[in-house]
Design a protein around this ligand. Structure first.
Ligand code: ARG
Length: 378
């Protein structure tokens, strides 16, 4: 994971602000006089070392940050991102409550709506709030080694951090919901249980084999990334959770299939009656396909939005066309865009991309990670 450095000089902030205000007015020609706005931003920066985005700048900046996410295949709908402006919030309680509100609005009974909630930015006086949790919804991982973990090995550290904060632990199922960990401005991190009715989950079943329900597999409906910093025009919003809808392979190939996640390919392969001791039976490949069929089938049955990788690949190429007609080149990271199964059967495989970083952007911050690991608390 690349780490961007978050400390900027005032000169860098001014340059970034000017660039963004220019972009905003080029893309929103009806938004008034760019020169007047630029002068106001420069004056505010000179006086306070920061500036406040208008609600329109914030919304457009957040949408363009999605448009600039080179690892995301789902960018066709970037301009319809719903933006919840909660910049006045700095305290952990109110932030946790608004994260719950975000989940309810984004879940929308299964018709998932891409949504971002933006909390207070960093200012020269104080860093903004921080959400330690990688996503708003995460399953606990108990145990000190991936191969003996109950639950999701990816979340072992977060689970341990929660225990250290006094969380008593969940019932110990493979799918215990973790509380949200939020650090308000000038505060220690605190944990907040998510109300059960704010988290929509889908039981995973196979379209033909009833036995799969015995395994008790499930996954949550909304992927809401909560540990990336939204950077717009030199302003950093360290707490700005955002979600789209799932593409099936994220769950069926990676979350349930990876050996350092739920590692279900051997279980599925044996259930399919395959010789799992011999690579050349392609048992892993066949198990992957059945797992992915089960995920898509289950979400469809539950009435929860999910994309398949063929459709999402086509949409991405439509996105590239549309952007190019607007005079914008779409950056992309091939190794993230090409789906983890059946790559060459998807049109996105058969070409290359430029992977240039642009801002506004979502970034991982080293400082935020240190705070989330508690290194600045001792
Ligand atoms: N891959 C991550 C997961 O499986 C989610 C990343 C964002 N995905 C999305 N469809 N917006 O939870």
């Amino acid at each position: 994971m690349e780490i961007l450095h978050e400390r900027s000089t005032i000169a860098q902030t001014v340059a970034a602000a000017e660039e963004f205000i220019g972009l905003f007015h080029r893309e929103n020609p009806d938004a008034g006089d760019p020169r007047a706005r630029l002068a106001a931003v420069r004056a505010e920066l000179a006086e306070t070392g920061t500036y406040r985005h208008t609600p329109e700048e914030l919304a457009h900046g957040a949408r363009v940050a999605w448009r600039n996410s080179n690892r995301c295949i789902g960018r066709l709908y970037w301009n319809s991102l719903r933006v919840r402006d909660r910049r006045e919030l700095t305290g952990a309680d109110e932030i946790a409550a608004e994260c719950v509100g975000h989940l309810r609005e984004a879940t929308n009974g299964g018709r998932i709506r891409p949504t971002i909630t933006v909390f207070a930015p960093d200012t020269p006086e104080r860093p903004g709030p921080l959400i330690w949790s990688e996503q708003l919804i995460r399953y606990a991982g108990y145990g000190d080694h991936p191969s003996v973990t109950v639950g999701d090995p990816r979340n072992r550290e977060l689970t341990e951090a929660l225990r250290a904060l006094g969380w008593p632990g969940g019932p110990g199922t493979p799918f215990d919901l973790l509380p949200l960990v939020v650090q308000g401005c000038d505060d220690k991190p605190r944990w907040f249980d998510l109300p059960a009715d704010a988290v929509l989950e889908v039981p995973i079943e196979h379209p033909e084999d009833d036995h799969w329900t015995d395994w008790g597999l499930r996954w949550h409906a909304v992927p809401a990334i909560s540990n990336m910093c939204l950077e717009i025009g030199g302003i950093h919003y360290p707490a700005a959770p955002f979600n789209g809808w799932y593409m099936g392979t994220e769950i069926g190939a990676r979350n349930l299939g990876d050996t350092d996640r739920y590692n279900l390919l051997p279980v599925v392969g044996r259930r399919l009656g395959l010789d799992v001791t011999n690579d050349r039976t392609l048992w892993k490949d066949r198990a992957l396909v059945e797992l992915n069929r089960a995920v898509l089938h289950s979400f469809d049955r539950a009435g929860v939005t999910i994309a398949d990788h063929h459709t999402e690949s086509r949409r991405f190429l439509t996105h590239i066309d549309r952007e190019e007609r607007k005079g914008r080149e779409v950056g992309a990271d091939w190794s993230w865009i090409v789906p983890p199964i059946s790559g060459s059967a998807c049109p996105v495989f058969h070409r290359t991309y430029e992977d240039r970083p642009l801002t506004p952007a979502f970034a991982h911050h080293e400082g935020a990670r240190q705070r989330a690991e508690g290194r600045d608390l001792v």
